[in-house]
Each structure stands twice: as C-alpha cells, then as structure tokens.
Design a protein around this ligand. Structure first.
Ligand SMILES: [Cu+2]
Length: 209
C-alpha cells in the first residue's frame, strides 16, 4: 500500500468535488475551465486511490487508513449522488430570488411619450434610480405614451420581465437583493435603464426628516 499515492488521490477527489461544487453553485459564471479541470482532478484521484491501496498486493482491509479512506470516498460519492437525485444543492442552479412583497415606499419610473421613437433619448425617466432594499425598492413603471404602444421592462440578466404593457398601464416589481439591475424594452432595444438596489441599513429603516 502506498500512503502517498492514496493521500494524493483523496486530495484530488476532494479538490475536484470542491471545484465542481463552486462552478455549479453559481458563485461565478466564468468558471467553465475550472469545471473541466475539476473533473480531470476527480478522475485522476479516482484512478490513484485504488492504485495507492493495492500497490504491493491486496492491503489488509482492517487497516484504519483503508477504512477511513473508503468511508470518506463512499460518503462523498453518496452525498453527491443523493443531492443530485433529489434535485437539491448546487447541482440545480436557478436565478437568485430578487422579488418580494411591496415596501413601505416606492419609486416611480415614467415611460415618457415618444419612447417608441428610436431618435428620442429620453424614455425611462429617470433612466437610473437607486433604491434601498426593503425600504423603497418597489419600483413602478408607468407607460405614459400618448398613443397606443406597448413597452416592456426586461432584465438584461434574465431576472425579470414585465411582458408588454400598454398605454396608461403600469408594472410593479419589488427588488429584495442589493445589486445593479440593467433592463431594456424588448420591442424597442434603444430604451434602456438601470435600477441600483442598495443594502438595507438601520439608518434607512426610517424616512429621513
Ligand atoms: Cu418600448
């Protein structure tokens, strides 16, 4: 039995699983190379573990190191298989929850008349708003067109989409997570705006006087 090979093999398996976990938990979207590297580590580790175990003949299976190694590997594999089968954990990434109930205060953004015209610079007014999560992070877009034309409020990041709402209609959305949320209008892509959501803080719990 080769302790070094066995240890390195287990290390590789752990690093591979950690890398895959990080990749698919949505911590970063730019980690595809990490995923491939992690799978490579995992495969190498899985190959090295029996290599380490059985070098120099069949090991004495009662050896504590062997038992511990087997428990670790079997445990990890079962955990991953179980969570994957149950559809929980980082294996089932979804968009982050950013919508909640209405806040005590709200902010109105007007879609001004003529926004359907690509040469008109002003469309979502104000174009950029900063709100505080849970305080005034309910945002209402009002379609104030003077002719019957529909608009949308569509997240550039795929996080929300109002669908078309017509002249005189409005659409309301409550942000609950801090972040920057650029958006646009689907039929009129020159219409762009941004909502900046700031974290809630004790000083923001009361309206300033
Ligand atoms: Cu539009």
């Amino acid at each position: 039995m080769d302790d070094t090979l066995l240890t390195v093999g287990i290390l590789f398996v752990l690093m591979g699983l950690a890398g895959i976990y990080i990749t698919f938990s949505g911590i970063s979207e730019t980690m595809r190379p990490l995923a491939e590297f992690s799978v490579l580590l995992l495969v190498l580790g899985v190959i090295m573990i029996p290599g380490g175990l059985f070098r120099g003949g069949i090991p004495q299976l009662s050896g504590p190191k062997v038992v511990v190694s087997l428990v670790v590997v079997v445990g990890l594999v079962s955990f991953v298989a179980t969570t994957a089968a149950m559809g929980i954990g980082p294996w089932t990434p979804g968009p982050p929850e950013i919508s909640g109930g209405p806040t005590p205060f709200n902010v109105t953004i007007t879609i001004v008349p003529g926004s359907f015209n690509p040469t008109q610079a002003e469309n979502y007014v104000p174009k950029e708003v900063s709100v505080v999560a849970g305080y005034n992070s309910t945002v209402i877009w009002v379609n104030a067109e003077e002719v019957p034309v529909g608009h949308t409020v569509t997240s550039d990041q795929g996080l929300f989409d109002s669908g078309l709402f017509g002249q005189g209609m409005s659409w309301t959305f409550t942000f609950i997570r801090e972040g920057e949320y650029p958006y646009h209008c689907t039929p009129h892509p020159w219409m762009v705006g941004k909502v900046i959501v700031l974290p809630s803080s004790p000083s923001s719990a009361q309206p300033s006087s």
